[in-house]
Design a protein around this ligand. Structure first.
Ligand SMILES: Nc1ncnc2c1ncn2[C@@H]1O[C@H](COP(=O)(O)OP(=O)(O)OP(=O)(O)O)[C@@H](O)[C@H]1O
Ligand SMILES: [Mg+2]
Length: 485
């Protein structure tokens, strides 16, 4: 029908079907539709004692489907004219795949019910055009993260909880082929000599892979799904990530151009928080963003986005976050947002915060505000800057105004567990005061953490500034509350 998508090799000899164990049975042994129907009926009405047999049969069926799938996939690749596919519409392709599959199944003497055929067609479409078994997970909007530990174990994160999915790859080669497809699309390579890679999927999702032998039990893949609809401040308040009082305070802090650091562990919601906070930036300001993988989606009109890049295969062409940041300073920004500060760029970030780019923001990996300060100190030391500790601290103390702590709690919920202001220096010590915090009060039997947000009773160090800028926050937002929310 859509012969232009077929290679001109129609007359290829039809291969014998020996690669598929069950399908290698003679035609008469293939189950008839009635037999298949009986089997399905039987499995519905079976007694409890038959469960292991049924499980065994399901496994056999799954294995058989896998073998059929890999044979069909091979045939599809042999038959499809891949370069013509680029111009085909999805409907045309699906229809072509369905036709080729139907022909191949009949040549292979395999009978499948319509549900199996539909699943097979869909999976083969994903194999040819998409990312194979990962594709349905990528399309499922309720999934945040996909974590692959070798070909047979794919975990997904849904509503803050990790669960093992029933999706698997056929084998390590299959997994490696999909990894290769992803990384070659962005001009990278991953192999034994180059065993790990960062990339961005076509839909914007963040992708990291590490292959054997460095990954001991099979390739490791992590995908942070890109959400088109970012969580807004209102969403986050509604989900209980922070309180309305905290939102009011944060609005004043960002709008009056305090320098903010969002601190938190991995996957704790730092980028989401940073993105939501950026909504308080005025439209008249020029904002430059710098990230390793562009995830931020600012709503302002005047935004310049930069993405660092690793060296190419010859080890050349790297553009670091620091390079971007230094360049950004020459681009007349009002504010600079660095997706995550993790290395030598810390120096330039602190300098930018100290020299007229107030209102700059970044995230760091740390477990508390105090820990965040130590991380910054360590980053400065590791960047090879010879500076007395006191000088480093005074740089940090005057650059950073606010540390917002994001946490992923044991029950999977993500909350802003603390908002802390940096108030200055006392001797060699950076002084801070916590303004809001999440107070845990208990644990439900199902593991849900009980608690509420509260002020600490301390008024913001910046109250006068807020007032001068037109943000006259009621003093009551700082009050301690008990047992609410
Ligand atoms: N308060 C929240 N409620 C529900 N989901 C959230 C919340 N905050 C973040 N998420 C979701 O959790 C996932 C991780 O969030 P995010 O990317 O912001 O974390 P991160 O701390 O930046 O992670 P990383 O350390 O990997 O960069 C995302 O899919 C995001 O949509
Ligand atoms: Mg992040």
């Amino acid at each position: 029908m859509f012969a232009r998508y077929r290679k001109n090799t129609q007359s290829q000899p039809v291969k014998a079907v020996e690669a598929v164990p069950e399908r290698s049975a003679p035609k008469s042994a293939a189950p008839t539709a009635a037999q298949a129907g009986q089997r399905r009926l039987g499995s519905q009405a079976k007694p409890a004692s038959a469960t292991p047999v049924a499980a065994d049969r399901t496994l056999q069926r799954k294995q058989r489907m896998n073998t059929i799938k890999s044979e069909l996939h091979k045939r599809l690749l042999e038959n499809l004219n891949l370069s013509a596919l680029e111009h085909a519409s999805e409907a045309e392709l699906r229809s072509e795949i369905t036709t080729i599959v139907a022909e191949a199944l009949s040549e292979m003497d395999v009978v499948l019910n319509s549900e199996e055929r539909t699943t097979l067609n869909k999976e083969l479409y994903f194999e040819v055009m998409g990312l194979g078994p990962l594709e349905p997970l990528l399309q499922d909007d309720s999934i945040n993260d996909i974590l692959v530990n070798g070909p047979k174990q794919i975990f997904i994160e849904r509503a803050g909880k990790l669960e093992l999915s029933d999706v698997t790859f056929r084998d390590e080669r299959h997994l490696l082929r999909i990894i290769d497809k992803i990384v070659s699309a962005v001009g990278r390579r991953v192999d034994e000599s180059n065993p790990y890679v960062d990339a961005r999927l076509a839909d914007g999702s963040r992708f990291n892979a590490m292959v054997p032998p460095v990954a001991v039990d099979g390739s490791l893949v992590s995908i942070r799904k890109f959400k088109k609809e970012k969580l807004s401040v209102d969403d986050l308040v509604r989900f209980g990530a922070f309180s309305e009082e905290m939102a009011l305070y944060l609005e004043a802090a960002v709008a009056t151009r305090l320098n903010v650091i969002v601190s938190g562990g991995t996957g704790s919601g730092k980028t989401t928080t940073l993105n939501a906070l950026s909504s308080f930036i005025g439209n008249e300001e020029r904002v430059l963003t710098i990230e390793d993988t562009a995830e931020l989606q600012l709503q302002q009109i005047h935004v310049g986005r930069m993405e660092s890049r690793p060296a190419n295969m010859e080890g050349k062409g790297a553009v670091t976050q620091r390079d971007c940041l230094r360049n950004a300073l020459r681009m007349r920004p009002d504010r600079i947002i660095v997706g995550e500060t993790r290395g030598e760029e810390v120096i330039d970030m602190l300098q930018a915060m100290n020299t007229g780019h107030d209102g700059s923001m970044t995230t760091i990996h740390a477990n508390s505000a105090r820990d965040g300060i130590s991380r910054l100190e360590n980053m400065v030391a590791m960047a090879g800057i010879e500076m007395p500790l006191r000088a480093v601290r005074s740089q940090i103390g005057s650059a950073v105004n606010l540390i917002v702590q994001a946490s992923r709690l044991q029950d999977g919920s993500r909350r802003m567990t603390s908002i802390t202001e940096v108030t200055g220096m006392e001797g060699e010590i950076i002084t801070m005061q916590e303004i809001f915090r999440f107070e845990r009060t208990g644990l439900e039997p199902d593991g849900t953490i009980l608690g509420h947000f509260t002020g600490t009773g301390l008024r913001s160090h910046h109250s006068d500034r807020f007032k001068r800028w037109g943000y006259d926050l009621p003093a009551s937002i700082y009050d301690e509350v008990s047992g609410r929310r």
